[in-house]
Structure formats: C-alpha cells, structure tokens
Ligand binder design. Sequence first.
Ligand SMILES: Cc1cc2nc3c(=O)[nH]c(=O)nc-3n(C[C@H](O)[C@H](O)[C@H](O)COP(=O)(O)OP(=O)(O)OC[C@H]3O[C@@H](n4cnc5c(N)ncnc54)[C@H](O)[C@@H]3O)c2cc1C
Length: 369
Amino acid sequence: MTKIAIIGGGIVGATAAFYLVQTKDNQVTVFDEPHGQATRAAAGIISPWLSKRRNQKWYRLANAGTQLYPQLVIDAQLDQRAYHEVGTLITRKTDVKLDELWQLAQARLQSAPQMKNIVRWSPQKINAELPFFKPDIFAGGVFVTGGARVDGKQLVNQLLRHANVQLVKQHAQIKRQQTQILVNQQPFDQIIIAGGARAPELVQQLGFNLLVRPQKGQLIELADNDLAITGNMPVVMPEGERDIIPVGKHQLMIGATHENDQGFDLTASTQVINDLLKSGQSVITGLTESMITNVRVGTRAYTDDFAPFFGQLPALKNVWIASGLGSSGLTTGPIIAKLMAQSINGENVDLTPFTLPVTNYLSSIDRKA
Ligand SMILES: Cc1cc2nc3c(=O)[nH]c(=O)nc-3n(C[C@H](O)[C@H](O)[C@H](O)COP(=O)(O)OP(=O)(O)OC[C@H]3O[C@@H](n4cnc5c(N)ncnc54)[C@H](O)[C@@H]3O)c2cc1C
C-alpha cells in the first residue's frame, strides 16, 4: 500500500485524493488549512472555449477538463449543487463582434465535445430567457449548452466525503531528511503539494523558489424576491462587464476581480464591492446595495505566463506539485489532479501536451547566500 500525503484540500488536492483512492489501494492523508482557499471563493464558471487566450497548452488542458467533469459527476456521485450544466451565454455589444464570436464558436465546437451545442441568441431571445437584464442591452450572444457552473465548496466537500480519506485540518510543514521527505514529521512514499497560492512556502522548505504569486479575487452575492432569477438559468459572460452567475431562486453572484497587488489580504473592500455592483447595475434593472448578502474573497495563484503547471520536482521524484491555476482553476484542476494521480499509480502519462516542465517555474535557493 502506498502512503500518500496531499498538502491542500482545494480542487486539486480533493480531486487527486478521490482518484488515488478510487483507482488503487492507496492510503491518502489530506492536510488542509482552508483559510483563503480559492476553490471555495470561486465563481465556478466552466466555459473556456471562447476565451481570447492563445496559450495552446492551457486550452488543451481546459478543454480536457470540461470533458472530464461529466465522468467525475458519475464516479464521485456529485449532485447538482456541486456541478450544474446550466449552459453559458457569452454576449457581444456589436453585430460585427458577435459574428466573430460565432465563427470562433463554430471552429471550437469541432474539437470540444463538451460544448455540446451552440445557439445564436438575439436580443429578444436574451430578454425572453433572462428577463432580469435591461432590454436590448446586448447585440446578442452565443449560448453554449454544455457550459456549467460549479460550487467549489460543495465540490471539494463531496469529493473528500466520497474518497473517504483522512483529512487533517492543520497547517503542514514539509522537510527533507536524508533520503526521506516528511510531512509534519511523518514519512510518506509520495507527496503532492496542492497548496495553491501558498505552494511557494512549501517548496521553499525543500530548497527551491517557486515563481508563483498571489492574486486576490472578490465577488458579491445578492438576493432579492424581485430578482426574476432561477437556479437553472445560464451563466452570462457579458463583454466588458463582470460575469453574472444566477445561483438559485432570486439569487445571483457578480464577479470576479483580479487584484495583483494585494498579497494574501482577505478583507472585503468597499470600493471593489461598489465597482462590482455598478457593473451589475449597468446590465440589470433594480439592483441595489441592500441586496448584497455576502462577499467572497479568495487568493488565486498565478505565474508569469498565466498558465498552470504540474509534475514532479527535479531530483525529488516522489514530490509532485500543481500550482498557478489562476482564474480558470476550477476548469483545469480536476484534469490536472487526475493526470498526476495516474502518474503516481504508475501509468505512463505524457504531461507535455498540457504543461511546461515544473523547472520553468522554479529557481534554486542559494543556501550559502
Ligand atoms: C474570486 C474567484 C473567482 C474564481 N472564479 C473561477 C471560475 O469562474 N472558473 C474557474 O475555473 N476558476 C475560477 N477561479 C479560480 C479557481 O478557484 C482556482 O484556480 C482553483 O480553485 C485553485 O485550486 P487549488 O487547489 O490549486 O488551490 P486552493 O483552492 O487555493 O487550495 C489550496 C489549499 O491548500 C491549503 N494550504 C496551502 N498551504 C498549506 C499548508 N502548508 N498546510 C495546509 N494547507 C495548506 C490552502 O489553505 C487551501 O485550502 C476563481 C478564483 C477566485 C478567487
């Protein structure tokens, strides 16, 4: 039996734990101190296909991530609170831009089965389906029927419950002792560092600097009986404004911010709340500050090339790391975790189509300095 420690119980750690237990007789311990966890704060939009990003490894990974979700739902018996295929609507302000988006959607559909169907929505169709929007505010949109919404907190809770692994709600420290690596003084055969934005602190304990930085993200939750919203409505990604996420009867979220200069600060900022509300008010009628019920704040990990990375640490073949998942980590997290779990289980998995080598994101610490 292989003894495996996972440090971090966000989407990467929880999904890795699930696959390691599901596929082999591994003994898995997850160490997690969830303060500031990105997964629990996230908007949870699963719809990478029409993004303007050009990074091909990222797109391949994100597209593979969307295809994995329906299987993960079955395998881990996830319910609709964790993953809900409500569809996503991406809007544009002009007909020209809408034509370009439609062409991109048609091209992407060829190699993205989880998109399922694409439908061009007119302003009238948008008003009929989503009556809470101001009339004719968009030139139209592309509705992707296979887009989904994830609730990160539900997802990790359900995965960890189903995996039935040992969960230690403690801060973990990692230490090299001769040929062994210890986590909180205990030896393990394999270790996964899935600490999100905090991963650099762990990797530093092994003598490396990790080129990963924290990014603060905030979003607001609103509820009001006058909001004509149901939990089956699609997520809307309006051009130039924040995303609108209907989450239940009379409830929605608006977000999220990308703040690169706030370190690990987790305080909700009044100015940001006002900006998010203003963005919502520009497209939705009747939104007021009194409807805000909660502000979510979390810390994402990001890299210089805004790409996630994962694999083994150099010269420490039993230590694995995944970090830098940025603003699409709920989309890429499960597939990253599955690929790592397969590798740890001894399968011959080629990671190169999906990630640059881990060494690209490391620099050694000069211990003599
Ligand atoms: C506001 C916001 C909105 C977002 N919206 C979306 C979205 O719509 N779609 C999408 O795909 N992605 C979205 N994301 C991004 C996504 O949430 C993250 O990329 C992803 O959750 C990162 O997962 P992770 O497992 O790498 O890290 P995390 O979820 O941050 O988990 C890491 C865990 O490790 C723990 N940890 C770290 N060090 C230690 C230690 N030494 N001991 C014990 N525990 C430790 C941390 O406390 C944390 O609980 C959003 C993020 C934010 C913040």
